[in-house]
Ligand binder design. Structure first.
Ligand SMILES: [Zn+2]
Length: 269
């Protein structure tokens, strides 16, 4: 028989091993992603096609006749992408479409860098740094592959494989397109996207805490918060966190370019 001390020691070691496994398992689960980078691109392409062929649900503002608005939004997106801080800046699609729906205060990203922003959000915001902040937030969701991490949890491998291998299940692609447009991320992923938005903008001429402007505005309003707010009950905390991050990174830019932004808003009327 083993002396009592050794038994106790072994027991203690077993507990420590269990604990450290538990911690790393949690971290692993949070970042667990069954998809490859190529999957993100393939899913994004399919889902973006689905979105763009469903004008009842996603009425895309045509580029023809709205060249100036698109040029502006593309310019902002490129400013973020060219910061040198965005993962997959070179290999994701980074396509931006505007959805003509003045009632929806939202923007969303599909895997592989397909970004969608509603006219309702553009009209709701006051300045360029605010829109850049929200675009940065959405770019981060795609670049950090939050959607496919979330889809791994929601759908599981079998369903996903059908999509990726092209065994087309139209109903499912449609369902995924819809779920991606209103996907609820964890608080962790939301905070991560907020942080990255500041990071991407830091070093540019714009106020890097632009995304905070959106939360400040929405806080003053009642009504239903958009999907990307609903996992986080207090926009006030997000404002504080975003502003803190900009201070911490010592971001110097303070432009908000209201006049240029107003001009774009007027073009949407
Ligand atoms: Zn988000």
């Amino acid at each position: 028989m083993l002396p009592k001390k050794i038994i106790l020691l072994r027991f203690a070691i077993a507990i420590m091993v269990l604990f450290s496994f538990d911690l790393s398992a949690q971290k692993w689960l949070r970042n667990f992603n069954l998809f490859t980078i190529e999957d993100d691109k393939a899913i994004g392409l399919q889902v973006s096609k689905e979105i763009e062929s469903n004008p009842a649900k996603f009425p895309i503002l045509p580029e023809k006749g709205n060249e100036e608005v698109y040029k502006y939004v593309h310019g902002l997106t490129n400013k973020l992408l060219q910061s040198g801080k965005v993962a997959h800046a070179k290999d994701f699609a980074w396509q931006v479409k505007i959805i003509k729906d003045d009632k929806t205060l939202n923007a969303f990203a599909v895997p592989g860098g397909y970004l969608y922003v509603y006219t309702g959000l553009i009209k709701f915001l006051d300045s360029e740094d605010q829109l850049a902040g929200v675009m940065g937030h959405e770019i981060a969701h795609a670049a950090l592959r939050h959607s496919t991490k979330q889809m791994t949890k929601l759908y599981g491998l079998d369903a996903i494989r059908q999509l990726v291998t092209g065994r087309k299940d139209a109903k499912m692609v449609e369902q995924m397109a819809l779920s991606l447009a209103s996907m609820k991320f964890s608080r962790k992923h939301e905070a991560e996207a907020d942080d990255h938005s500041v990071h991407y903008l830091c070093g540019s001429n714009l106020n890097a805490a632009g995304a905070a402007g959106f939360f400040k505005k929405i806080k003053g309003k009642g009504g239903t918060p958009p999907a990307f707010l609903s996992t986080h009950p207090d926009p006030g905390n997000r404002v504080k966190d975003i502003e803190y991050k900009a201070q911490e990174l010592n971001c110097r830019g303070d432009d908000s370019n209201r006049a240029a932004y107003d001009k774009i808003k007027k073009l949407l009327k």
